[in-house]
Each structure stands twice: as structure tokens, then as C-alpha cells.
Design a protein around this ligand. Structure first.
Ligand SMILES: Cc1ncc(COP(=O)(O)O)c(C=O)c1O
Length: 1024
């Protein structure tokens, strides 16, 4: 295919080229009256120049090869004019007429040869090939634009469109003679197979379609994309030089061959393109069926052509680089089941996924109630076993199914019944084997959606055919979590429409009972339910799947689908409830959709209750460092520090469950759990800090800390660090510059003095200054003086030891020693808010204050200490506690509840026993190294900082001015969310990537995060 590379201006020029340009610039001036300077563009046969006027690129001058026929330019000029007139919304270059009014002129080149010259307007944007990412919305727009253009071209005719060119899809057979030039394992076979299929019935079907004018070369260098509006939009279509008369579907298939390249979900990309096209020009069933085989054909032609070019230019690395995406696709996707791809394309266009769907499903539905009962009994009203993501019973560990768990879950749901149903379309986390996963990481996307109905019943029970059929396949599939004994029957409706039923997890003797081709009649026993030893390791049940196709795979049907692809699969394998004489609703999964929850949330809550991410997440389950949405998609949690030892840690869950059964009451009664927890906490703190108060939240703890400080000092005035956050209550907001100076804030109260945040990157004193700590502390001293000057006294200095919302900062050494000295010498107390940093997160120490060798007078703990249970704690000295005990009772109803204390105690144990502080250090150091590697490659990463798993990555537009790269940070966080990795942003400018995962995060998780981040950083919005 011809890559004209319109947009790529070529590299520096030699004197001959300069003379050449001057020559053609003179031609331009003479014939068009345009005084422009020229820059050569890459082109395969012709000379193309970008015309610049006053520094801006305005036109493209096209100088055709000597001997080029007039008609080849004429057809392009007329087609461009035709599109402009009939579909003005499709942006194509305008043909600029020469001074004499003609569309093109003849001019002599320096050798005296006559060349045809024409001029077109320049279009904005960059070529699609250099656009990254290439979102589905863009592909949909491209599809719609192509259809609009094709509709306009329907009325266009020209004799030159009848020419023979090798890029005519109907002529693809020419590559057969060149397949031998292809190197590499298995590659020739791929191309051979595709071309054989093409020459089979594809060519005949294609040539049977009517022809009309098409562009015929919608490749990735002929589409221009503009990001002007913030969203990637198609900004133009160029290079009509390969136009021919051909079936319209060829246009779409050629564009489709580029749409799939480099995409993580290429079929979704193709489906978006096709859906866009179909929305403007409705595709026939036959056209839809031809698209994917023609996409493969076009790619086969493309790679074979590269092999020829490689032979001609063996030293040109560009050829190998440019063919790579096509090979990547062909090698990984060319053997996808065509029925499934077609189903995706049809579904995206709002059609039934399979052409026979309506006929088959109509017939089955009309016979509901008349099929032979599979177990000789009526299944109405039998218990339904919930195995959805929202069911905690099974699996307990969503990464390692324990078959006993499933047994228990099924038994519990069935109660006294001896039969139960499993739902169709239900997203489940029980498919934990690597064969269900699509990529290497534990948290990689996996198949979760069950596309069959289960009937749970004792092993050995007879299974009967619901209707007449012929055995299509029978097999024993012995791998763990596979089907075990499995049979597929083929059926035909009276109308002659074929369909299939699959029975999985049968007893092994099914292979002796049934043989392919054997007829079975309705009600005939075809097999027995298998036991765990022979059914793939499952609780005894039959997996009953209705199929409109076998995908050509015998009994090897997927029984579970990736949630992002489930629409296409469910169309091919619909709900078979009717064959069990049940209503579809009886077996259909209960779905939870973000689209339903979101409006309700908006209805019941105020607008300032924020949601994370542009596309909000509905999460139903957590396990350690992973979260799962309603469809079972796995998210790697690099953000949430509250589940400190991991989401739903089994030990915390067990401790809570046990205590909930026993007692949950308050601190007005004695219970060993309270003193045990207090003992465990204080034993992990310096000796001076020995008196505990238990509350429910960080906010409440900070409120209390201030009360303690005021009671002890008799003063009120408080020094706080800028950008700090201490909670959502009245006083907590009064001491949180992040809030009172943020949107809706009312500024600092008169009893609050704000000191600069000790930020060694962006603040006035940089990390390289050995005295930076003291210099920042001098501001605390100055604040003390200001309080004195107002005739007031200092009650407290409170700050987050490592400022978190301030941007994941680590104050310079010496800061706290000097600051605490200044405060204490004025009679104030020092409060350390360790809500974010405590309990081992920072790796090197258990508490943040330990890193600077200071001991606060009051420590505030929250979030992580309860691992999700609301626990706050204030720990102080006996002297301060004594000042507070002035007669007024202190009571917090839920603070220090039996349950909270049991949970808090267990969290401390797990941190120690799983050595999570050491893990935070190890994994955090590994992650920081990786991030620093990315910093070397990307100027936007101004600073990488952190300790253990408290990590910030500050993004700047300029490393000297430190202009914050806020949009880029938001882009990255939202893109990572699309890749199912959760991180956040922080800092006064929201330009700091915040990475703060549960401490069970592993090096593998860190690699996963780094790998995705590296990819996103290469995308266009991050390029600077
Ligand atoms: C440092 C700090 N202190 C206190 C709080 C308030 O904690 P809570 O939301 O549990 O009231 C937060 C919450 O983000 C915090 O980050």
C-alpha cells in the first residue's frame, strides 16, 4: 500500500534538493501566484511539497512522476470536488485552481521533462498512525465519516476508476506467488491460510456485490486527527490516488485493517469503526459477514508486500518496523473464531449476533414447557445459587478457588433441596485458573461471565436430552476447572435452522455412552452427572449451554466470557432457560449497572460528595490489593491506604465476624479487648506516649487532640502547615488550609497561624540545601512570635508528619526537631497527625515522626489502624491526659467498642506477622527505582519521592519553572483506571500522582503498575 505520509516533512536536505525546491517554488509562483517556501514530504512515486507561507503550512504542492496520465489527476480533482460538494462535513483537501483556472498544470522539471502539477489545501492534524491512544470514539467517528463519504461517492463516476491496481482487494490473490518471501515461524502458514480462504468463496462473494467509487486506501497515514477540542477527532481524509470502482465493503475492510493495529482490544476497535459506518450507511448481512475475512486478507496482502519490499531494500529498517503491528495482529488474532468476531460486529450495529438467532430462539421459546425434562422433573421454583461477584461465599479467595468453598456455598444456598440453579450471564470470580486469565499478571483481565445455565444435583444423576438431536462431539477434558466429561448435541428446528446444546461436567463414561453421529431422542439418558474427580474438580452439576454455533471447535466451547466481550459471546450462546422449561428470568443473572446506581446516588446525595475518575467505578468486592467491579473486572489498588493489610483480609474478617457474634458494646464496661488493644498500641510507641483515647475517625481524633492541647496549655492558638488536611468537622476544617483556603473555604480563623509546607521540591528551600529543615522550622518560630505579638499563647502545632494532600511530601531532615523546639519553648504542644503515614507504610520506620528522631506530645491515628473499620485513636502523655481529666466525662459511643478493639488488635498482629513494614520498604524501593527510571525518560516527571509505599510523582510542564502538569496528571490517572489500575492525584495543583496501596502490594503489582504507567506516558497527551 502506498504511504504518502503527507504530514511527515523529510529530513535535512542536500544542495540538489534545495535547488529542486527553489525550482518548484518558482513554478508555484508562476502558475498559482503563491509566494511560498517548500519543504519536501515523503512520497512513494511523486514529489510532494508542503507549502509554507509566513511560517504556516498552507498547501501541499503535488508534482506527479513523469508520464503520469492526466486522467489520474483529473479523477482525484473531480472526486475531491464531488465530496466537497455532496458531503461538506467530510473534510478533504480542496483543489486550488491555477491562475488560468485549470485544476492542474503541466510544467517542466529541471531535466526538461514535463510533469503535471496540482495544488491542494493543507489540512490540520497529525496522521492517525502517530496518534496514541486511538480511542473507540475516534474509530466510530472515522466509520461514520467513511460512510458519509461513500454515500457521496455513490454518484461519482470516471473512466479512470476502472484501472487495475494491486491494492484492489479483489486482486489480493497476487500475493500467493510471493508468500515464499515471508520469513519467520508460522508466518507463511498464516498468510497461506488467509489467501486460501480468500480464494475459496470470499472472492466470489465480494465480486457479487455492486461496485461504485471508493477511496480504496484509508490507511493510517491517510487519516488526519486533531486533538484541538481536547477530544481526538478526525480532521481530514487525504490521498485519493488509489481510487477505484469496487464494492463499498472494501473501503470499510481496508480501514478496518488499520483500525485493529496496535489496539489492546482490536475487535472492539473494529466493531466501533463498523458501528460508526453502519449508523450512516446500513450494512447488509452479507457485507457484515465479509468485513473480518477481508480485514485479514488486506493484512495478508500488506505483510506479503512488505516481504517483497524487504527483498528489494534489505537494509531499510523502516520496512520491518512498519510491518510489525500487522504481524502482531495476525499472529495473535488471525485465528479468532470468525463467528464471534461477526457477532461482535453485528451486535455493535444493533443486530442479533448470529443470523440464525431469531429463527432458533423463536422456535425454542415457542416450545418452552414442552421439552423433555433434563432430570425427569419440573425445575420451577428450585433454589438459585448466587455465585455472582457480590456473593462472599465463593470463592473466599478470588485468585484461588477452594473447591470445598464452592461445595459449602452450594449446600448453604440449596438448604434442604437436592437440586439448584446457577445463573446465565452471571459474572463470577470462581474462575481462578490461569486459563481464564488474558495476560501474565495475577490482576490481569480474566473471563468471568458465565454463558450457560448450571443445574447443581448429585453426582450420578441421569441427564436426559431435552429434545431430539445427533451427537456432535463427546470428550473427556481432564484439566483442572475444565469440563471433565462433555457432550454436544446438534439439533435442527422444523424450519431447518441448526443449533447445539452442550452438557459439561459429566461422568467420564459419557465417552462410552455417546459417539459422534449417534442419534438421541428427547428424554433419552445421555450421561450421568460427574463427581469432582471426573468433572474438572467442581461441585457436581451440569453446565448446560445453548449454542447457535460450535465455533468449529467440537466440544471446546468457552463457557465463560470476558466481561468486555460478553455481549458478542452471549449472542452466540444465549440463555437456554426455555430448553429447561423455565422462563428466561428464572435463570438470568441479576445485573448491577453503574448507569442505574449513578443517578440514584445523585438523587440521594449532595453534589459535593465526589466520585473518583471520569468513568466512576462500581465496586462490589475487594481482596487484598485488588478490587472487583460488578462484572468481575479486577482492579489493582495502588491508591487505598485504609485497607492497610489488604481489602477484606481474611484474618480481620474472621476476627470481626467472631466478635460480632459475641458482643459489641462500649467503653463503659470492662473488656479485655480494650486494654489489650491499648497495650498493643502503646507498646509500639515511645514510652512517653502511654495514654489512649479511642474514637471513630481521624477527624474526631484531631478534634480531641486539640481539646487535649487546649486543656493542657490553657491556650487556643494553633500553628498549622499549609496545604494540610485534618478532617471534616468544624475544628478540623479550621486547622486544614487545604479546606479553608480551598474551594468554598472561608480562610484561616484568627486563632490559626499557617506556616509554609515543608516541601523540598516546590517550596522556597530545596532538598539539596542541608539547612532546609531549619529554614522551614524558622517559619514555625516566626508564627510563635506572631501569636505572641497578638498577646496570645500557643496551644499546639499540628501537621501531617509527611504531608499527604500537600503532595506526598517528605519534609527535610531536622525540620521537626527545630519546629518542635520552637513550639515547646513557647509552652505549646506538638501534635503529629499520623493518619496517613502510621503503622509501617513508610517502610523505614513504624511512624513518620521516628524518621526525624522526635517524639510528639500527642499522636493522632486513623484510617489504616482499623483496615476499613472506623477507628481513630489519640495517644498522649500522662501529664496531658491528666490536664484533660477535669471532671467532664469523655465518651465516644463507638470509639473503643469491643469490635473496634478486636479489629484494631488484629490489624497490629497482621502487620507484624506478615512483616508488612519490611514489605512496604522492599516493594516501595523497587517502585521508586522504576519511577526514577521513567523520570529519566520523561521530562514531565519533575520529582519522584517517597518512602516505602507512600509515594508521590510530581508532574511539571517545565522542570525549571515547575509549572504544574495538572491535566496530564488527570489524564494519566484516568487512563490507568481504564487499564484497571487505581491511583490518585494530590498536591495543591493536583499534579502529583499519589501511589499509596495496601501494604500487601507485591513487586509483581509494582511491575504491573510501572508497565502500564510507562505505556500511558508515551501517549500523545503526555508528550511534551
Ligand atoms: C492526615 C489526615 N488526618 C485526618 C483525616 C480525617 O480522617 P477521617 O476522614 O477518618 O475523619 C484525614 C483524612 O483524609 C487525613 O488525611
Amino acid at each position: 500500500m502506498k504511504k504518502e505520509m503527507e504530514m511527515l516533512e523529510a529530513s535535512p536536505m542536500c544542495p540538489v534538493q534545495v535547488a529542486n525546491q527553489t525550482w518548484w517554488a518558482n513554478v508555484l509562483l508562476e502558475h498559482y501566484g503563491i509566494p511560498g517556501s517548500l519543504a519536501p514530504l515523503d512520497g512513494e512515486y511523486d514529489l510532494n511539497f508542503a507549502v509554507h507561507q509566513e511560517g504556516a503550512r498552507t498547501h501541499v504542492l503535488k508534482v506527479m512522476r513523469a508520464g503520469c496520465e492526466n486522467s489520474l489527476i483529473e479523477v482525484q480533482c473531480l472526486a475531491l470536488n464531488h465530496v466537497a460538494a455532496h458531503a461538506p462535513e467530510v473534510v478533504v483537501p480542496r483543489v486550488v485552481k491555477a491562475r488560468d483556472g485549470s485544476q492542474f498544470v503541466a510544467a517542466r522539471d529541471q531535466d526538461g521533462e514535463e510533469r503535471l502539477v496540482w495544488l491542494i489545501t493543507n489540512l490540520p492534524g497529525r496522521v492517525y498512525a502517530q496518534t496514541s491512544p486511538q480511542p473507540l470514539s475516534l474509530l466510530r467517528e472515522i466509520g461514520a465519516t467513511l460512510a458519509t463519504m461513500d454515500r457521496a461517492l455513490e454518484g461519482f463516476a470516471h473512466p479512470a476508476l476502472e484501472r487495475e491496481i494491486k491494492w484492489d482487494l479483489r486482486r489480493s490473490g497476487w500475493v500467493r506467488d510471493a508468500i515464499g518471501l515471508i520469513d519467520g515461524d508460522g508466518r507463511r502458514e498464516i498468510v497461506e491460510r488467509i489467501i486460501a480462504e480468500f480464494e475459496g468463496d470470499l472472492l466470489g462473494r465480494l465480486t457479487a456485490l455492486p461496485t461504485r467509487a471508493i477511496h480504496n486506501d484509508i490507511n493510517d497515514y491517510n487519516m488526519l486527527v486533531d486533538a484541538g477540542s481536547g477530544e481526538l477527532r478526525l480532521s481530514g481524509i487525504i490521498d485519493f490516488g488509489d481510487m477505484i470502482d469496487a464494492p463499498a465493503v472494501a473501503e470499510l475492510a481496508i480501514a478496518g485493517a488499520y483500525a485493529v493495529l496496535g489496539q489492546e482490544r482490536p475487535i472492539a476497535a473494529l466493531a466501533s469503526l463498523v458501528a460508526g459506518y453502519d449508523s450512516v450507511r446500513r450494512l447488509s448481512d452479507e457485507e457484515l459477514a465479509l468485513i473480518y475475512p477481508l480485514v485479514l486478507t488486506r493484512l495478508a496482502v500488506s505483510v506479503t508486500n512488505s516481504a517483497i519490499v524487504k527483498r528489494e531494500k534489505p537494509d531499510d529498517p523502516y520496512v520491518t518496523v512498519s510491518e510489525q503491528p500487522a504481524w502482531n495482529f495476525l499472529e495473535t488474532h488471525s485465528s479468532l473464531p470468525p463467528d464471534w468476531v461477526l457477532s461482535c460486529l453485528r451486535t455493535s450495529c444493533g443486530r442479533a449476533g448470529h443470523p440464525r438467532a431469531e429463527a432458533v430462539m423463536g422456535w425454542i421459546a415457542s416450545h418452552r414447557g414442552r421439552f423433555a425434562p433434563m432430570f425427569g422433573r419440573n425445575l420451577d421454583g428450585i433454589p438459585v445459587i448466587d455465585l455472582s461477584v457480590a456473593s462472599p461465599a465463593s470463592p473466599r479467595n478470588p485468585f484461588d478457588l477452594d473447591p470445598d468453598d464452592l461445595d459449602d456455598a452450594v449446600a448453604e444456598a440449596m438448604e434442604d433441596a437436592d437440586i439448584g440453579l446457577g445463573r446465565y450471564g452471571e459474572p463470577r470470580l470462581i474462575y481462578t485458573g490461569p486459563e481464564f486469565r488474558k495476560a501474565p499478571y495475577v490482576g490481569s483481565p480474566r473471563r468471568t461471565v458465565h454463558i450457560a445455565v448450571d443445574v447443581f444435583i448429585d453426582a450420578g444423576t441421569e441427564v436426559r436430552a431435552p429434545l431430539d438431536g445427533v451427537v456432535h462431539a463427546v470428550e473427556l477434558r481432564t484439566s483442572p476447572l475444565d469440563y471433565g466429561g462433555v457432550a454436544v448435541l446438534e439439533h435442527t428446528t422444523p424450519g431447518g435452522d441448526r443449533f447445539y446444546t452442550l452438557y459439561g461436567h459429566l461422568a467420564a463414561d459419557v465417552v462410552t455412552r455417546l459417539a459422534p453421529g449417534q442419534a438421541v431422542v428427547a428424554g433419552e439418558v445421555i450421561a450421568l452427572i460427574g463427581d469432582r474427580a471426573e468433572n474438572g474438580g467442581w461441585t457436581p452439576h451440569v453446565h448446560f449451554q445453548l449454542g447457535l454455533t460450535t465455533l468449529g471447535r467440537g466440544a471446546d466451547w468457552p463457557g465463560v466470557a470476558d466481561p468486555d466481550e460478553s455481549a458478542g459471546w452471549m449472542e452466540l450462546f444465549p440463555n437456554g432457560a426455555a430448553l429447561l422449561n423455565l422462563a428466561d428470568e428464572d435463570t438470568a443473572a441479576v445485573t448491577i449497572a453503574t448507569d442505574t446506581v449513578l443517578p440514584q446516588r445523585k438523587k440521594y446525595f449532595a453534589g459535593n460528595l465526589k466520585l473518583s475518575y471520569r468513568a466512576p467505578l462500581t465496586l462490589l468486592r475487594g481482596y487484598r490489593q485488588f478490587l472487583f467491579d460488578q462484572d468481575g473486572r479486577t482492579y489493582l489498588d495502588g491508591y487505598n491506604n485504609v485497607p492497610h493489610v489488604g481489602h477484606c483480609h481474611p484474618r480481620i474478617v474472621a476476627a470481626a465476624e467472631r466478635q460480632n457474634r459475641l458482643l459489641n458494646t462500649n467503653t463503659r464496661y470492662l473488656h479485655p479487648a480494650q486494654v489489650e488493644y491499648a497495650e498493643a498500641l502503646t507498646s509500639r510507641l515511645p514510652d512517653e506516649l502511654s495514654v489512649c483515647f479511642f474514637v471513630n475517625s481521624g477527624s474526631e481524633a484531631n478534634e480531641l487532640a486539640l481539646r487535649l492541647a487546649r486543656a493542657h496549655t490553657g491556650a487556643v492558638d494553633t500553628i498549622v502547615m499549609d496545604a494540610g488536611y485534618h478532617g471534616n468537622t468544624n475544628t478540623a476544617i479550621d486547622i486544614s488550609p487545604y479546606k479553608f483556603n480551598g474551594p468554598g473555604g472561608r480562610g484561616a480563623p484568627d486563632w490559626v497561624e499557617v506556616v509554609p509546607v515543608a516541601d523540598p521540591y516546590r517550596g522556597p528551600y530545596k532538598g539539596i540545601d542541608p539547612d532546609a529543615g531549619r529554614k522551614y522550622a524558622d517559619h514555625v518560630r516566626a508564627a510563635v512570635e506572631r501569636i505572641r505579638a497578638r498577646d496570645q499563647r500557643v496551644a499546639a502545632f499540628i501537621c501531617e508528619i509527611f504531608p499527604s494532600v500537600g503532595g506526598q511530601l517528605i519534609p527535610p531532615p531536622g525540620y521537626y526537631r527545630h519546629a518542635y523546639e520552637a513550639v515547646r519553648s513557647a509552652g505549646g504542644v506538638c501534635i503529629a497527625d499520623e493518619v496517613q503515614t502510621g503503622l509501617g507504610r513508610i517502610g523505614t520506620h513504624r511512624w513518620g515522626f521516628e524518621t526525624q528522631g522526635v517524639v510528639p506530645d500527642i499522636v493522632v491515628l486513623g484510617k489504616p489502624i482499623g483496615n476499613g473499620h472506623p477507628i481513630g485513636a489519640v495517644i498522649t502523655t500522662p501529664a496531658i491526659a491528666a490536664s484533660f481529666a477535669n471532671g467532664m466525662e469523655f465518651f465516644s459511643t463507638f470509639g473503643g467498642s469491643t469490635l473496634a478493639c478486636v479489629i484494631g488488635r488484629e490489624v497490629l498482629r497482621v502487620v507484624d506477622e506478615e512483616d508488612l513494614q519490611a514489605r512496604a520498604l522492599d516493594v516501595g524501593t523497587f517502585m521508586l527505582e522504576g519511577l526514577r527510571g521513567l523520570q529519566d525518560e520523561h521530562a514531565m516527571i519533575g520529582d519522584v519521592r517517597g518512602s516505602g509505599l507512600f509515594i508521590g510523582v510530581e508532574l511539571v510542564k517545565d522542570r525549571d519553572t515547575l509549572e504544574p502538569a495538572q491535566e496530564e496528571a488527570s489524564y494519566i490517572v484516568n487512563r490507568l483506571r481504564e487499564h484497571r489500575i487505581l491511583i490518585g492525584t494530590d498536591g495543591p495543583f493536583d499534579n502529583v500522582l499519589k501511589i499509596r496501596p495496601p501494604l500487601c502490594f507485591t513487586r509483581e503489582d509494582a511491575s504491573h503498575l510501572l508497565h502500564r504507567l510507562a505505556n500511558v506516558l508515551r501517549e500523545e497527551p503526555c508528550r511534551m
